[in-house]
Design a protein around this ligand. Structure first.
Ligand SMILES: Nc1ncnc2c1ncn2[C@@H]1O[C@H](COP(=O)(O)OP(=O)(O)OP(=O)(O)O)[C@@H](O)[C@H]1O
Length: 308
């Protein structure tokens, strides 16, 4: 189990994380979310042992994670970190990068493992390509496979699919996260993308103003978001009389069908944005601007009624 105990950290004198504590069980998937600059990457780097901690302690099982003051080489065998920079060797091939740290004494085993991981990150067609000739998204996948090569017990991923195109993203996520579950590898994923979280994370941790402001399952945080910051991670939302409503929880209704007048309000359409299955309709309601999903486009300046 990973134990993060009362850690605080700042670059220079500005505090970035203030008294953060949480645990993560073996094999579990934890997502870290928060606005840009909220300290997600910093937290991953601290867990990896990249910096010395001025306050608090981090343990994986019985091993204390220590920073560069105590370790000549940063990091531990049981933990791998895929940063936003990838850190690959450009002049050797994809398979050589992935197999780089696997033992040369067992060539068959090494080849088998490399081939398996190339499949997990769906790079079969590029096994023999030099990394310098790959796109950003392909490099990101090599970095993921390389991190998995030595079978870590815990994997730290910083925006792991940010460079991958939408065609590949969903199937790659399923492939990587299923691999982690099958091999009981714990992972912490810092992300802005709710698709990295919703179907995969066992828990989510929300960072804001240097602190953890929520930690719960994605299901619970989605159904009861408590704060606009949390709702905004899941999609368009509105705050009406202090309550949070997602755009799909409001409904544009016909004037004729109005029955329960207390739950119905009036507004004026300002804009409609095509969103695929529906339109996102921007509605002026008093001094408030609301967003409501609707099946069809509604012209600007149309007066509408909506209910909850
Ligand atoms: N090496 C550094 N030196 C000084 N300040 C830093 C350094 N790295 C990050 N910071 C600052 O620390 C704060 C947290 O940065 P961090 O990268 O952890 O945020 P983040 O939540 O991962 O952001 P993003 O979502 O944009 O990647 C920011 O204010 C950032 O400017």
């Amino acid at each position: 189990m990973l134990q993060v105990k009362n850690i605080s950290f700042g670059y220079n004198k500005t505090l970035v994380l203030d008294n953060i504590s949480f645990n993560l069980e073996k094999g579990k998937n934890l997502a870290i979310i928060g606005e840009s600059g909220s300290g997600k990457s910093t937290l991953l780097k601290l867990i990896y042992g990249e910096y010395d901690l001025p306050q608090g302690e981090i343990f994986w099982k019985d091993t204390q994670i220590l920073g560069p003051k105590h370790n000549l080489v940063i990091g531990y065998d049981f933990m791998k970190y895929v940063s936003q920079e990838f850190d690959l060797m450009p002049f050797i091939t994809v398979e050589e990068n992935i197999g780089k740290h696997l033992s040369r004494f067992y060539p068959e085993e090494k080849q088998k493992r490399t081939t398996e991981l190339i499949k997990v990150v769906q790079l079969e067609d590029f096994a023999k390509t030099k990394v310098k000739n790959l796109s950003g998204g392909q490099k990101q996948r090599v970095a993921l496979a390389r991190a998995l090569a030595k079978q870590p017990e815990i994997l730290l991923l910083d925006e792991p699919f940010s460079h991958i195109d939408n065609f590949k993203k969903q199937s790659l996520r399923r492939s990587v996260f299923s691999y982690l579950k099958e091999h009981n590898i714990a992972c912490i994923v810092a992300t802005h993308d709710n698709n990295d979280v919703l179907g995969f994370a066992d828990e989510m941790l929300v960072l804001d103003q240097k602190k953890i402001i929520a930690k719960d399952t994605p299901q619970n945080l989605y159904s009861n978001p408590k704060l606009p910051l949390i709702a905004s991670f899941f999609g368009e939302f509105n705050v009406i009389d202090g309550e949070i409503y997602y755009a799909h929880q409001l409904k544009i209704v016909d004037e004729d069908s109005l029955q329960n007048t207390s739950a119905t309000k009036k507004g004026v359409v300002k804009n409609s944005y095509f969103n695929g299955d529906y339109w996102l309709v921007e509605v002026e309601h008093g001094s408030n601007t609301l967003f409501i999903y609707h099946r069809t486009l509604i012209e600007a300046e149309t007066q509408i009624f909506f209910s909850f």
